[in-house]
Design a protein around this ligand. Structure first.
Ligand code: NAD
Length: 472
């Protein structure tokens, strides 16, 4: 493996944290290793009849918990090293947020913009078939999800292909997450990663002492934000930050960036992109020549939400943000990460911050295996309980509540948590709890948040192995 490989970068972060643990060298090596990598190639007959060879991968990093879990990306950057690194990050991420999976990642080496819808469908179905042939997919084996360049549509094709070839169709829905709601998906999965990124940033900004050290006020309100990558994760992160009172001053896309120190309206930028196919030339903003230069503009919070290696040794000294919130996986090289710490910048690490996606994927997988919508069994019971409490209060205060409102509660309308509310609540609880856990590790070992997060992950995975994971 070359020195600059992404997998080696992740391992450097692991090694830094491992110094603060007491596990044997052998166990640490096993935790770090990527257990299996499958590289496949297959022919695609293009719409014009020509044949093209497609290269694709799936890496399963760790089976200390099963199934393994991780997204599938469609990008030209995809190679064995990248999927191994991203699979490793998934193992650590799942441990940090207590989601009971090992880590995996897959990818197909294509730029989806160069393929028609039916070509994408053929590629996705063939990829699924190849995974199934080698036992790299299944509800209890390895469960993919969306990532860069893929959406719920690809997840539907994966499910449909798997269902048609498995001998266990009953649980087939649980072979992939991030499906559309009508196809076994769970409400809230599409926005989950961005929602989780928001919760993580909010927790960080709510700690007065940490904000004071950065020269910032407590809270999200008024913080100036730049987002790189206005895709699923970047868009939803920007949306929730804007709703909480942050000011989006810059947005970067693959063809350049836009900046307005007084703020950009996210909705208007999205509409502008729909009309012109680009965010550039947005009225009232300045065009920035490229995505990298946008990262260097003045702001409080920088949110890289596109691809890896965006902040590296050459541009790190020009980063002006006080907080870098890693919504993407691996956007900062390990050398740049060390430089940012020296520059006094707070980095909220990917391995924690973008875990909202896999957390809600876990809720979807549970729903698929239990064959029942979250809240379906208990919702009406909650309404009846609320009514009983109100009747007791009526007796106590010797007053009657509005009978129409009581009838409404009795009917279950507007009472008892819906699936969307349960998912939101589980996601918030997970992201808030995990933030304080990694913050506590960072404080007690006097290290940065990323090292704190890796310490948490290593200890939990080591525990997983001690329960028999080494000799399954
Ligand atoms: P996406 O495909 O929905 O969006 C990516 C966006 O980035 C696109 O709009 C694309 O045009 C833009 N982009 C591409 N190159 C760029 C560049 N050089 N500069 C600026 N923008 C660029 O992908 P996504 O699902 O939002 O994933 C983004 C990142 O978040 C990835 O690192 C992914 O691994 C990570 N992530 C995604 C999820 C998820 O649930 N989707 C979960 C965890 C982590």
């Amino acid at each position: 493996m070359s020195k600059n490989s992404f997998f080696a970068e992740v391992n450097k972060m692991f090694d830094r944290a491992a110094l603060h643990t007491n596990h044997s060298q052998g166990l640490l090596s096993q935790i770090k290793e990527c257990n299996s990598v499958y590289h496949m190639s297959f022919p695609l007959v293009r719409d014009n009849g020509e044949i093209e060879v497609i290269h694709a991968y799936r890496a399963e990093h760790s089976q200390h918990m099963q199934p393994t879990k991780g997204g599938i990306r469609y990008a030209l950057s995809v190679n064995a090293d990248e999927v191994m690194a991203l699979a490793a990050l998934m193992s650590y991420k799942c441990a940090i947020v207590d989601v009971p999976y090992g880590g995996a990642k897959g990818g197909i080496c294509i730029d989806r913009r160069n393929y028609s819808q039916s070509e994408l469908e053929r590629i996705t179905r063939r990829y699924t078939f190849e995974l199934a042939k080698k036992n790299f997919i299944g509800p209890g084996v390895d469960v993919p999800a969306p990532d860069y360049g893929t959406t719920s549509a690809e997840m539907s094709w994966i499910y449909d292909t798997y269902r048609s070839i498995t001998d266990n169709p009953l649980d087939a829905l649980a072979c992939v997450t991030g499906k559309p709601v009508g196809d076994g998906g769970v409400r809230g999965r599409t926005e989950a990663t961005g929602r989780g990124v928001f919760f993580g940033i909010r927790e960080a900004c709510n700690i007065e002492a940490d904000m004071h050290a950065l020269g910032l006020n407590r809270g999200i309100e008024g913080k100036r934000v730049i987002v790189q990558g206005l895709g699923n994760v970047g868009y939803h992160t920007a949306l929730y930050l804007e709703q909480a009172g942050a000011v989006i001053v810059g947005i970067a896309e693959y063809d350049g960036g836009i900046y307005n120190a007084n703020g950009l309206s996210l909705e208007k930028v999205v509409n502008h992109r729909k009309e012109t196919q680009s965010i550039l030339d947005f009225p009232g903003s300045t065009n920035i020549q490229n995505s990298f230069l946008t990262l260097e503009m003045d702001c409080d919070i920088l949110v890289p939400a596109a691809l890896e290696n965006q902040i590296h040794s050459e541009n790190v000294s020009r980063i002006q943000a006080k907080i870098v919130a890693e919504a993407a996986n691996g956007p900062i090289t390990s050398a740049a990460d060390q430089a940012l710490i020296k520059q006094g910048v707070m980095v909220i690490p990917d391995v924690y911050l973008n875990a909202g996606g896999v957390t809600v994927s876990y809720f979807e997988w549970l729903r698929n295996l239990s064959h029942v919508r979250h809240g379906r069994i208990s919702r009406r019971r909650e309404a009846h309980n609320a009514l009983k409490i109100l009747e007791t209060v009526e007796d106590l205060v010797d007053k009657k509540f509005d009978p129409i409102k009581l009838a409404d509660i009795d009917s279950g309308r507007g009472f008892g948590a819906s699936e969307a509310e349960l998912v939101e609540s589980g996601l918030e609880d997970t992201m808030v709890g995990a933030y304080h856990e990694i913050h506590a590790h960072a404080s007690s070992h006097k290290v940065d948040l990323r090292t704190g997060a890796f310490i948490s992950a290593i200890n939990k995975i080591a525990q997983g192995y001690s329960r028999g994971g080494i000799f399954p």
